[in-house]
Design a protein. Structure first.
Length: 257
């Protein structure tokens, strides 16, 4: 049997699929060990190897075995459309995760996911982030995956009382039930609040939290109470967050998830 026979190429293609799929298993194991959502370096190696194998298979067999939606390509009215912004958004999110690599084991889950979402929402042009229009960019992000007929000025968010205590298992369950958008948006909203709406709006409370975590990474919960909550309850933070967005004409609707 020669190398060109279908059996060999089928096995080769299945190997690529296995490598590509196994990256999620590796991420899951690494996240369970870290206690937070975590993307290890092995995830990217498996992605690269799997993609290369599938590319070689596709070129040789002239059979597309790769989900085009993973690359932001979808069908719209019979036309193949490439969503460049989706690709860029995912790239910015994952790069931020890598920059926070050493912080990941100590960050609360909402901040570990919320900060990359916030960065990914910012407008990037010519290699620079535009912070002057961050509010408009953030609102566009919040409505990015919502049905077009929904009210764009009414945003659903997990209540801070739940978001602050959300476990990794609960986050993963939301991903499996396809309610991940609510979790990601909620984490980004709480991150945005501590960056631009809490106190004087200069992000001092979040900076203080990171500095305290740098000096003592063993007690993140205590640093959250001291620098972020500052004697306040999640309910009072929720009330203040709602008020800040109400001034912008945006209604925050809290849900239990």
């Amino acid at each position: 049997m020669e190398w060109n026979d279908a059996w060999y190429w089928l096995a080769f293609g299945l190997l690529g699929q296995l490598a590509f799929f196994s990256r999620f298993l590796v991420q899951w194991v690494a996240s369970e060990r870290a206690g937070v959502s975590y993307v290890p370096v092995a995830f990217w190696y498996l992605s690269l190897v799997g993609s290369l194998i599938l590319l070689v298979y596709a070129v040789h067999r002239r059979e597309m075995v790769i989900s085009l939606r993973n690359f932001g390509i979808f069908t719209d009215d019979g036309r193949q459309v490439h969503d460049y912004r989706k690709n860029l958004f995912v790239l910015k999110h994952e790069v931020t995760h890598q920059l926070l690599h050493h912080w990941i084991p100590f960050l609360p889950l909402w901040l570990n996911e919320g900060f990359p979402e916030y960065i990914a929402a910012l407008h990037l042009q010519d290699g620079r982030y535009n912070l002057r229009e961050r509010e408009a960019a953030f609102l566009r992000y919040l409505n990015k995956w919502r049905p077009r007929d929904e009210d764009t000025r009414a945003i659903r968010m997990l209540h801070p009382a739940r978001l602050l205590t959300l476990s990794h298992q609960q986050w993963q369950s939301a991903l499996q039930m396809e309610t991940a958008v609510l979790n990601y948006n909620s984490a980004a909203l709480l991150t945005y609040y501590f960056l631009h709406q809490d106190g004087t709006g200069n992000g001092a409370s979040l900076a203080g939290f990171f500095n305290a975590l740098r000096l003592d990474p063993r007690h993140p919960s205590e640093h959250i109470k001291k620098h972020l909550l500052r004697g306040r309850t999640p309910e009072s933070i929720a009330f203040h967050l709602q008020g800040q967005w109400r001034k912008k004409g945006v209604k925050i609707e809290f849900v239990d998830g």
